[in-house]
Design a binder for this molecule. Structure first.
Ligand SMILES: [Zn+2]
Ligand SMILES: [Zn+2]
Length: 600
């Protein structure tokens, strides 16, 4: 793309935008118009919704009786290239609101009419591109000849609703992407293909880890035996680590009376996400959060400053209603288990608690093989202080503890002004996966409202009553989401310590079965997760099956191994590793497990 980008404003004047995010956005938005023009010319009778640029491309929502199919995408792309060759210009024109409404109504563009009625004042700008007229404030690139035909791609079709509301008309959304440089597009397509290979929904099915049942409902995860093994490993690791660091585990009910949620405020502010039901003339809520439960335990006794800090942890399963359109495999669900904890402490203890938490977050990330992360510190909008709960002193204490804990560790962070929720500041940790994608996992969140709402207190060293500081924190977020991220990060090839099956023993012939069984028993004794593949299949088939199953080690046993009491070791990444004694193999694998090694 020739820079600066030549653009045209709604009043017909032209301008230039230097190579920047702004230029990319105008380019993508213009590409969405180009796509709309191509679609309208290929499929007459199609009506238009909206077509914005988004973070990694653009889309346009179309209203069409027939469904678009995969094969249409290539046709649309070719048509766009034809329109580029015609060098059509983005012709702006100013109309009065009445004129515009009459004009779009004549064209049958009822969605545009609705938008104009709502958004436009006295006059408005419309654009003509070829045969398509659109209501848009622009700016756009000056003419289609400025598009590089190798800089965009039409990607996929999805269902959508007019204005994102399920009650409205259903539309068809076509996504595309465009970059100022064709090589950036090539990079993006490569990343997209890599991401497709790693899709946790696909791998979750292939590796038999989890499923979602339409019969049971969307957004609810069924953990299969292998998925459950990984889950137990994750939970056991965390449980041990938390006990070591002074946490206590608690267990709280999944259902509680509405009264509890009225006190906590969730009934008022979070009702649309809660599963509520009536029984015995009483209303109950399936818990969407664990905090009120932990608070119930805190409140059972008079607490003293000597009892603090108290750290209550729970693998707490919660249910939250989410619109079906946003559900996504294990990453966005309706039922999930948070690795939740709440810390109750004095003001004096805040810094140490936050500090220990940051150490814990970093340790956990490293243990699961993540070295890169982004940290965001969300603080309040200083110009709207009265909109936030908590006192000036509480906010200062919290923000300075969060900031200091980061700077003391030399952690880079982004300060998100005005991004804090009304009840307290927080730190979010987004880890960066193997192909550079960020995933929001850990959160450390101050809460200045719940201690007040539930009347929490402790007796201070001065003998009088004080309100404890309360922190919510989740390290993995939820085990569902975390497993989804692990699958995508490792493309299903989990480090040995997490692999549901660590070694598969493959007897070459019937007569080696007994020895294979002995090897398996020895491995199980040493807590190695081992299986024997004694199916009536060829050796090559079994090796491929183990390879697709991403099992770290294959131990092949035949005449030679049987005689020497050895195993022939094959690693999923390095291939054939030669013969070893079983004890020698055990030493290697136990070392890797103990160090939570990540293979290259
Ligand atoms: Zn536009
Ligand atoms: Zn909480």
């Amino acid at each position: 793309m020739k820079m600066p980008l030549k653009i045209k404003y709604a009043d017909g004047t032209e301008g230039e935008v230097p190579d920047s995010d702004a230029a990319l956005e105008i380019y993508r938005h213009s590409a969405s118009h180009l796509m709309a023009a191509a679609v309208c010319s290929l499929f007459p009778g199609t009506h238009l919704g909206i077509g914005p640029a988004i973070s990694d491309g653009f889309y346009y929502d179309f209203d069409r009786a027939e469904r678009f199919v995969e094969e249409d995408l290539g046709k649309i792309e070719s048509k766009m290239k034809e329109l580029i060759a015609e060098n059509l210009s983005f012709e702006p024109c100013i109309m009065s609101k009445e004129e515009a409404i009459a004009f779009f109504a004549r064209q049958g563009e009822n969605l545009k009419v609705e938008l104009i009625q709502e958004k436009a004042a006295g006059t408005l700008s419309i654009y003509r591109l070829g045969n398509v007229v659109d209501f848009c404030t622009g700016p756009h690139i000056a003419e289609t000849g400025l598009f590089d035909p190798g800089s965009f791609r039409i990607l996929n079709i999805a269902g959508s609703y007019w204005r994102g509301d399920e009650k409205n008309r259903q539309l068809q959304r076509i996504y595309g992407t465009a970059f100022l440089e064709p090589r950036d597009l090539a990079d993006y397509i490569r990343r997209l293909e890599e991401a497709k290979k790693r899709d946790h929904r696909k791998l979750g099915r292939e590796l038999d880890l989890f499923s979602i049942s339409e019969e049971a409902g969307s957004g609810l995860i069924f953990w299969h035996p292998k998925g459950t093994r990984i889950r137990h490993i994750i939970e056991d690791f965390l449980r041990k680590e938390l006990y070591r660091r002074g946490y206590e585990f608690v267990t709280t009910p999944h259902v509680a009376r509405d009264v509890l949620w009225k006190t906590s405020g969730h009934y008022e502010y979070y009702r649309q996400n809660m599963y509520v039901f009536n029984i015995d003339d009483e209303e109950f809520v399936i818990k969407p959060m664990n905090c009120p439960g932990h608070i119930q335990i805190y409140k059972t006794q008079m607490r003293s400053y000597r009892d603090l800090p108290m750290r209550y942890a729970e693998f707490g399963t919660v249910y939250r209603y989410e619109k079906s359109g946003v559900l996504h495999g294990m990453l966005r669900v309706r039922g999930f288990t948070q690795d939740d904890a709440h810390i109750f402490c004095t003001r004096e203890q805040v810094y140490d608690e936050i500090s220990d938490l940051m150490d814990l977050v970093l340790y956990i990330m490293k243990s699961f093989g993540f070295d890169q992360y982004k940290v965001e510190l969300s603080v309040r909008d200083a110009s709207r202080k009265k909109d936030y709960a908590g006192t000036e002193e509480e906010w200062e204490l919290a923000e300075s503890a969060l900031t200091r804990s980061l700077s003391d560790r030399g952690i880079q962070w982004t300060r998100m002004e005005g991004e804090a929720v009304f009840y307290g500041p927080k730190i979010d940790v987004k880890l960066i996966d193997a192909i550079g994608r960020p995933w929001q996992l850990s959160t450390v969140q101050f809460d200045f409202t719940l201690p007040k709402r539930f009347g929490l207190s402790y007796v201070g060293s001065d003998g009088s009553m004080h309100q404890p500081v309360m922190l919510h924190r989740a390290l993995l977020g939820s085990v569902e989401r975390f497993l989804g991220v692990l699958i995508e990060h490792y493309a299903g090839a989990f480090p040995i310590w997490l692999a549901p099956v660590q070694a598969v023993i493959i007897p070459i012939a019937e007569r080696h079965r007994e020895y294979a069984g002995q090897v398996k028993r020895r491995l199980l004794q040493a807590d190695i997760r081992a299986e024997v593949d004694d199916r009536n299949e060829k050796m090559g088939y079994k090796i491929r099956a183990a390879q697709t199953g991403k099992i770290p080690y294959m131990l092949i046993v035949g005449d030679k191994e049987l005689q020497s009491r050895e195993v022939s070791v094959r690693n999923r990444f390095q291939g054939d590793g030669g013969s070893q004694t079983l004890e020698g193999f055990l030493d290697t694998i136990e070392g890797l497990i103990k160090n939570r090694a990540v293979e290259p």
